[in-house]
Design a protein around this ligand. Structure first.
Ligand code: KDG
Ligand code: MG
Length: 409
C-alpha cells in the first residue's frame, strides 16, 4: 500500500485548521491534524516543502519507521513546527491502517478499555453570576467535569473567559485566537489574580457542591512560589487539577510547587516530546499529561509518553481546545478509550462551520466523548465546504503588565 498523494489542506471555518490528507495507490485516505494556533503557515511550509516530497511512493503501513525517519532523519529534532508535522503524517497513517483493516482505530491500539472518555468543558464568566450561569449551562449540556475561569476585578478581558464578541456576534465561547493582523493586548496583574481566585472556587463549591470535578488553568503565568501559594490556597476546594502554573521551559519549577501543595498538577500542552516529561515523571512532579496528539508527534509518540507516565501513576488529560481540529480530537479519543491510564479529556465544542468541514463520528453522550465505530478515525474532510472558508490571519492575545512590560503566558 503505497502513498500516492499528500495534500496540505488549510481552511478557516471560524478559526484556522491545517490538515494533511494522504491517499494510497488502492484509494485509502487518511487524515492528520497539523494545526498550530497562530503559526499555522509555518507548519504548512514545513510539510509542503520538506515532508510531502519524501512521502510519495513510501509504504503506508510502516508507521513506526516513518516516524523515526522524520524525527531522527531530519537532524533538527523537536519543536512545535516539526512535531506538528510529524504528528500529521503519523495520524494519517494510523487512519489509513485502520481503514484498510476495516476497524475503528481504537481496535488497533488494543481495543476498548472504557465506554467513553470523560470530558471537561470550559465554564467562565466576567463575574460570579455570569460564571454560575455558564456552569449551569455546561451541566445542562451533560458535562460531568468543568474548568472554571473568571474575570478579575480591576482587569479588563482575561484570557480563557468567554466574552461578547466585539462585532456583536454574541457570546464568544472559543479560546480567542482573534482574526486580526496583530495580537490583541491584555493587561495582567498576578497579585490581583491570586487574591481573587480562591474566593471564586469557594463560591462555586458553595453553589454547586463538593462532588463536581473542577479544574483551573493558570496559563503559565506564575513564578514557582506564586504557583505554590495558589495550589495551597485552592486545597480546601479539592480541584481535579491545576494546570500550567509556571512557564513550560523550566520543568524544575514544579519541584518547588510540589513541595508546598497537594493540589494535583497538569502540564504539557506546549510540550513536544517525551523528553520534556522525563524529570516530571521520574520525580512524580505532575499528575496529568496535557499533550495532544497534534503537538506531541502523533499517536505513536503520545502513546509512548502515556505508557511512560503510567509507570508513575500519572494519567492522560489531553488538550482539546477548538484549535485541535476534529481530526486531532478523534485521534485523541481513539487513544483515550484504549489506554489503561486515561484521566480526562478537554472538550470545547467546535463551531457549526467547523463541523461542516470536518464530518466526524465523535459524539458527546452522558458526559463522555465516544469516537464512533466507523473505520479509521471516522472523520471526512469536505473540500467543497472548506473552499468557502479561506485562511485568515489570527493570533492569540498577549499579556502586558500595567507598565507595558511583556508577561508570560
Ligand atoms: O492555542 C492555545 C490554546 O489552545 C490554549 O491557550 C488553550 O490553554 C488552553 C487550554 O487549556 O485549552
Ligand atoms: Mg491550558
Amino acid at each position: 500500500m503505497l502513498i500516492t498523494s499528500a495534500e496540505v489542506l488549510v481552511s478557516s471555518p471560524g478559526r484556522n485548521f491545517v490538515t494533511l490528507r494522504l491517499t494510497t495507490d488502492d484509494g485509502v485516505v487518511g487524515l492528520g491534524d497539523a494545526t498550530l494556533n497562530g503559526r499555522e503557515l509555518a507548519v504548512v511550509a514545513y510539510l509542503a516543502e520538506h515532508v510531502v516530497p519524501l512521502l510519495i511512493g513510501k509504504d503506508a503501513h510502516r508507521i513506526e519507521d516513518m516516524w523515526q525517519f522524520l524525527y531522527r532523519g531530519a537532524y533538527w529534532r523537536r519543536g512545535p513546527v516539526t512535531m506538528a508535522s510529524i504528528a500529521a503524517v503519523d495520524t494519517a497513517l494510523w487512519d489509513i491502517k485502520a481503514r484498510a483493516a476495516g476497524m475503528p482505530l481504537y481496535q488497533l491500539l488494543g481495543g476498548r478499555s472504557r465506554t467513553g472518555a470523560l470530558a471537561y468543558g470550559h465554564a467562565s464568566g466576567a463575574d460570579l453570576p455570569e460564571l454560575f450561569d455558564s456552569v449551569r449551562d455546561h451541566l445542562e449540556q451533560g458535562f460531568r467535569a468543568i474548568r472554571i475561569q473568571s474575570g478579575i476585578p480591576g482587569l479588563g478581558t482575561v484570557y480563557g473567559v468567554a466574552s461578547s464578541a466585539a462585532d456583536g456576534a454574541g457570546r464568544y465561547d472559543h479560546e480567542p485566537a482573534r482574526r486580526s493582523a496583530a495580537p490583541v493586548e491584555e493587561v495582567w496583574d498576578t497579585r490581583a489574580y491570586l487574591r481573587h481566585v480562591p474566593g471564586v472556587f469557594e463560591a462555586v463549591r458553595g453553589e454547586f457542591g463538593a462532588e463536581l470535578p473542577l479544574l483551573h488553568d493558570a496559563h503559565h503565568r506564575l513564578t514557582p512560589i506564586q504557583a505554590a501559594k495558589l495550589g495551597k490556597s485552592l486545597e480546601p476546594f479539592d480541584l481535579f487539577w491545576l494546570e500550567d502554573v509556571t512557564p513550560a521551559e523550566n520543568t524544575a519549577a514544579l519541584r518547588r510547587v510540589r513541595e508546598h501543595t497537594t493540589t494535583p498538577l497538569a502540564i504539557g500542552e506546549v510540550f513536544n516530546t517525551i523528553w520534556d516529561y522525563r524529570e516530571l515523571f521520574e520525580e512524580q512532579l505532575i499528575d496529568y499529561v496535557r499533550s495532544p496528539v497534534t503537538h506531541a508527534g502523533g499517536i505513536t509518540a503520545l502513546r509512548r509518553i502515556l505508557d511512560y507516565a503510567g509507570v508513575y501513576q500519572i494519567k492522560s488529560g489531553v488538550h482539546g481546545p477548538t484549535d485541535i481540529s476534529p481530526v486531532g480530537l478523534a485521534a485523541s479519543l481513539h487513544l483515550g478509550v484504549a489506554i489503561p491510564n486515561f484521566g480526562i479529556q478537554e472538550y470545547m465544542t467546535h463551531s457549526a462551520a467547523t463541523d461542516e468541514v470536518f464530518r466526524s463520528q465523535v459524539r458527546f453522550e452522558g458526559g463522555l466523548l465516544v469516537p464512533g465505530e466507523g473505520p479509521g478515525l471516522g472523520v471526512v474532510y469536505d473540500d467543497d465546504v472548506a473552499a468557502g472558508h479561506p485562511y485568515t490571519a489570527a493570533y492569540l492575545p498577549i499579556n502586558r503588565l500595567s507598565d507595558g512590560s511583556m508577561h508570560d503566558w
